[in-house]
Design a protein around this ligand. Structure first.
Ligand code: GRF
Length: 203
């Protein structure tokens, strides 16, 4: 299965996917890393892994739809089957999500549907929740919504700062993102309108 990974910055989840794809038995490869920022650190990670990169600056386009159309063209050219958002800080237009329905997945650093949006860890610490975590989900037009593919839970400790919590969750992100891609690449995920169901592995 051919992946595209869309990034805007650090790219540590991209790195986790690069590392997973480097393993012989992993059923996917990264065909393209696309960034909307020319200075995204993740672009260096891709180059180091010998992966094709593209930079499309959203500021070069008249509106979101035009930017998304340009992305779609680039993704089609690369022949990708699955688009992994990994710290990609742009909202996607309905047109894009429709064009790639059930083929775009995202990782979010909370236990969705709790704490959608930005400043997730600050908000979790402030709310005094005892557990948080991360979610990989299928992308639907509304932000941070869509069928859940995988989640991991971590404790929130009494004296945690937002950074402490972010670091604890990030370790789990790097574990479950490749796991979610594997489920899809192995054809083990049935995606419905609201929910996704994982089929048991072949005995
Ligand atoms: C991660 O915490 C991810 O869950 C969120 O943005 C952050 C991206 O980090 N969507 P990185 O660029 O993968 O290091």
């Amino acid at each position: 299965m051919k992946l595209a990974v869309l990034i805007s910055g650090r790219g540590s989840n991209l790195q986790a996917l690069i590392d997973a794809c480097a393993k012989d038995e992993f059923p996917a490869e990264i065909a393209l890393v696309l960034s909307n920022k020319a200075d995204a650190q993740g672009l260096h990670r891709a180059a180091q892994g010998g992966i094709a990169t593209a930079v499309l600056k959203h500021t070069d386009y008249a509106n979101r739809e035009a930017f998304d159309r340009a992305m779609s063209e680039r993704l089609e050219e690369a022949g990708v089957d699955l688009i992994c958002l990994a710290g990609f800080m742009r909202l996607l237009s309905d047109g894009f999500v429709k064009r790639w329905r059930d083929k775009v997945i995202n990782i979010h650093p909370s236990l969705l549907p709790a704490f959608k949006g930005l400043h997730v860890h600050e908000r979790a610490v402030e709310a005094g929740v005892r557990f948080s975590g991360c979610t990989v989900h299928v992308v639907r037009p509304a932000m941070d919504e869509g069928p859940i593919i995988a989640q991991a839970v971590v404790p929130v400790l009494q004296n945690d700062t937002a950074d402490d919590l972010a670091a604890r969750i990030l370790i789990q992100e790097h574990r479950i993102y490749p796991m979610a891609v594997r489920l899809i690449a192995e054809g083990r995920l049935r995606i419905g309108a609201e929910r996704a169901i994982v089929d048991a592995p072949e005995p």
